[in-house]
Write a protein of this length. Structure first.
Lengths: 322, 290
């Protein structure tokens, strides 16, 4: 890709992040129902206490200085102190990143692989029962709320079959004799959240793969390849698939927001100790600094991931280079 | 007026094709069923839905008296389900209207004026397109407070970006057509052209886009309510699932509690999705026969 285009994309991403920061600032300070207003509604609060709180949050400063301080803090990674955990937000958040990455990463990999396989089969056996089934499956999983699917999973596999634990990452209070035993426990806890998360994603990947592959298979160069006498399997894997993979990258990138939504619901249902669950906890306790911190972190991650996907796409597809 | 009449005629043709499409038909019938249920249901089931029942009424399985059993507060689930249809469709409908309004306005202005305005509006749209929608809604709802109209507002204001993009690209192509050029040459104002010439021509596209936005709006309402951001004074399907989860209906095996609201949500969203898929096929002849 042209260097200028990359620079432009990076610049736009930077602008978007700046808008998110400003938006975040306005949201938590100007709109009604901000945490300070709630604190000040407390009838026991004396004027001195209110002044003290105002001074503590820097609210007695002129707005442009407040604004500047806010930006400075954000870039220094200072997101304030969590009301509930009584610890710096950044510290609370940091402890929850790994479980989410583990859950989302595994679910995403499974969903992409299975989605591609199903999509290719559906396109290849177009019009058969398999194809119709794929379409039906995709439309249904698209329509099922993620959290409800999680509830159904719990009912079937935990309450009904007693196969897996319903919540958490490890059995609470259990001490493990070996790393193997610990991993075994972790896997048992992971199966259902990962399965739920992948099920929601597979449908869309399969459908996208199927539609683009059908498009590609109708191209002239495929007919040419067939006319040359290549075997069907060879045409499919060497000529059609590499081209059909391109839109998958776009879909995966567009899906990041959707994945975040899925993670919040799945982690809430299965009490998975990740960022999504933390966001739910922050929300329930109206822990505004924590909520704000997670919101910023997640949003910036999604924006960065989108830019990376954009650049990867241009790097792989020579047509975009020019 | 002429132009609109023509469009309505086209819309009728469109509906005719839609009725011949199996997917669209299933979607429309299901949707119609839920709309009728929402309008007339409460007449046939005059249970007071928010009133708590007696202690002996708690979590009763389905019976002749309570066709779908009762919830953890002794309320009749069927009655709640019907009033939930009202709330869920109301939220879905109004939020969709807000999203479509903003999306159409920004899309047409962006495409029609082009240049700086286009650039500015599209950056703004990209912002809404790229930031993860659920955290945004959660933050907005948490700050605004949980009332029915706040939920509608939050869903409406976050769901328009896709529509704006689609409308913009269509406007770009319509703008270049001759009749627009002619209208400009006889001195029509920008507003006149946008309202009377561009809007009727992007209308079919907006119509097809609406069902997809509506599907997202309904899912959003359910998810927000489930996460505890719903209006506690209303019995939407999402609120029912919220209470079902919080009261441990899953481990109590109270299937009559956690299944019906979920099935209703899936059916409504699925019917919108089917309609969207069918409309896409009808509007893009390239996809036909896939």
């Amino acid at each position: 890709m042209h260097k200028g285009t990359i620079a432009k994309k990076l610049f736009y991403a930077f602008v978007t992040i700046m808008i998110v920061l400003v938006f975040n600032y306005i949201l938590f300070r100007v709109l009604p129902g901000d945490p300070l207003a709630m604190m000040m509604r407390n009838p026991k609060a004396t004027p001195e206490m209110i002044e003290g709180i105002k001074h503590f949050y820097g609210l007695d400063q002129p707005w442009h200085i407040q604004f500047f301080t806010y930006f400075k803090n954000m870039f220094a990674g200072d997101f304030g102190t969590s009301f509930v955990f009584k610890a710096p937000v950044i510290q609370v958040v940091a402890g929850r990143i790994l479980p989410t990455v583990l859950l989302v990463g595994l679910a995403e990999i499974i969903a992409i692989l299975v989605g591609i396989v199903i999509g290719v089969l559906a396109a290849w056996k177009r019009g058969t029962r398999l194809d119709v089934g794929t379409l039906g499956f995709s439309l249904i999983t698209y329509s099922v709320p993620t959290f409800w699917l999680g509830m159904i999973m719990i009912v079937i596999f935990c309450v009904g079959l007693h196969l897996f634990p319903t919540s958490g990452m490890f059995t609470p209070g259990k001490s493990f004799i070996s790393t193997g035993a610990m991993l075994h426990d972790l896997v048992k806890h992971m199966v259902l959240p990962v399965l739920t998360m992948s099920l929601v994603l597979i449908g869309e990947y399969a459908l996208t793969m199927r539609n683009t592959l059908i498009d590609v298979l109708s191209e002239d160069y495929i007919t040419t390849a067939r006319a040359k006498g290549f075997r069907e399997r060879y045409v499919l894997t060497k000529h059609a698939l590499p081209n059909a993979m391109l839109p998958m990258i776009t879909i995966i990138a567009i899906n990041f927001g959707f994945i975040v939504a899925g993670a919040i619901q799945v982690e809430t249902i299965f009490s998975w100790p990740g960022l999504g669950r933390l966001m739910y906890e922050a929300l329930s306790a109206r822990d505004y600094p924590l909520l704000q911190g997670i919101f910023l972190l997640v949003t910036v991650c999604v924006i960065v991931a989108n830019v990376l996907a954009d650049i990867t796409y241009a790097y792989i597809d020579p047509r975009v280079k020019n | 007026m002429m132009r609109w009449n023509m469009k309505i005629k086209k819309l009728k043709e469109f509906l005719k094709i839609a009725l011949n499409n199996k997917m669209a038909l299933v979607g429309m019938v299901t949707l119609l069923f839920f709309i009728l249920l929402a309008i007339f249901g409460p007449i046939f089931f005059p249970f007071s839905t928010m009133e708590f029942g007696e202690v002996e009424d708690i979590l009763l399985p389905p019976s002749a008296e309570h066709l779908l059993g009762t919830d953890d507060m002794g309320r009749d689930i069927l009655a709640n389900l019907i009033s939930g249809a009202r709330i869920s469709l109301l939220i879905g409908g109004v939020a969709t209207a807000i999203s479509m309004g903003i999306g159409t306005l920004i899309g047409i202005m962006s495409g029609y004026f082009g240049k700086g305005i286009d650039n500015l509006l599209m950056r703004f749209t990209d912002f809404f397109l790229v930031i993860p929608w659920l955290p945004l809604m959660m933050v907005l709802a948490a700050i605004l407070g949980t009332s029915l109209w706040n939920i509608i507002f939050v869903i409406g204001i976050t769901g328009w970006a896709g529509t704006a993009r689609v409308v913009r690209s269509q406007t770009l192509s319509i703008k270049e057509r001759q009749f627009v050029e002619r209208t400009v040459s006889i001195g029509a104002s920008n507003t006149h052209i946008m309202v009377h010439h561009i809007l009727p021509n992007v209308f079919p596209l907006i119509f097809a886009n609406t069902v997809l936005v509506a599907a997202v709006a309904i899912v959003s309402e359910t998810t927000l309510s489930f996460l505890g951001l719903g209006d506690p004074a209303t019995a939407s399907w999402g609120m029912m699932l919220h209470y079902a989860f919080e009261s441990g209906a899953t481990s109590a095996r109270a299937y009559w509690y956690y299944l019906p609201p979920g099935i209703c949500v899936v059916m409504v969203v699925l019917s919108f999705t089917l309609l969207g898929y069918a409309f896409d096929e009808i509007l893009n002849p390239k996809l036909r026969g896939r």
